[in-house]
Design a protein around this ligand. Sequence first.
Ligand code: PLP
Length: 361
Amino acid sequence: MNTVYNFSAGPAVLPKSVLEKAQSELVNYENSGMSVMELSHRSSLFETIIQGAETLLRELMNIPDNYKVLFLQGGASLQFTMVPLNLAQNRKALYINTGSWSKKAISEAKKLGNIEVEVIASSEDKNFSYIPEVRKEDIPQDAAYLHITTNNTIEGTTFYELPDAGNVPIIADMSSNILSVDYNVADFGLIYAGAQKNIGPAGLTVVIIKDELIGQVDVLSSMLDYSVHAKNGSMYNTPPTYGVYMAKLVFEWIKEHGGVQKMEELNKAKAAMLYNEIDHSTLFSSPVTPKDRSINNIPFVTGSDELDKKFNQEAVKEGFENIKGHRSVGGMRASLYNAFPKEGVEALIQFMKKFEAENGG
Ligand code: PLP
């Protein structure tokens, strides 16, 4: 088989060595005669897995002791509801609108009816091509929280500096740059992320929440209540056991490869190579303001829908999978998460040069 490079925005590429380890343990985990998929979530073998995953994540992200780590289901999308339901009933919730996923978070919060949703800044005026500035004076200090999307997977922008929110806790959808950009957890009240980019298979959602934000109000459904999940150590119901196991293997891999700071350094280097090519090209361009450019999701365009289409068709033939831009923005998008190899970026750059030469750039 020819080499395939998977540029998918999620579910995304996983480290090969992690997949191979999972394969070697698939049928008989630690001589138990059972697969991890077959283990009771109450068994000591699984207890060790979930506790190991939590310990590693705490170590990798330097999570303070006064935060809980929850392994949940429902994707990042369910957090669009759980966050306001648990933290902002009958209160004001602030949002910065930086793209499609922020918009969804905003619209889900509005659906709850008893939350005063206020969008304090937006970059929609310029197709979400930048991160808007927010001044502390613009942040009402009586708000329950300020929600941001740290990395905008579709539009390719990132918050490298957090807004100064004063006493208002910052809630972050970190789905597409958790463990890839080295944030300080103590700067946030709550962080959530769907697993399927930098953590593991889809089906697992990680929530990191400050103790003081848990259990503030009654939540009608136990499954939507952080305090229920926290009290039960993520075992109120059956957790996504195989996803947690895979996450643990990925956390081990990140640790072995130097931790989150190292991941950020390597991701920056991969992204810089591609941005350099785009910026020096006469055919390709980036729609994003340079200082806000994501190192994880890199959209680029030729300026012609026809040429974009041709590029995407030829790219697939060369083994570049999932490089077509999101259906809402078109063009191309290279998603370069932790496990994406540098050689894949080099190969893409060679292909871009060839395409540019052949198509009159
Ligand atoms: N938020 C961001 C930033 C995303 O990139 C995605 C999905 O890719 C989501 C939310 C939705 O996540 P899920 O599909 O896990 O609900």
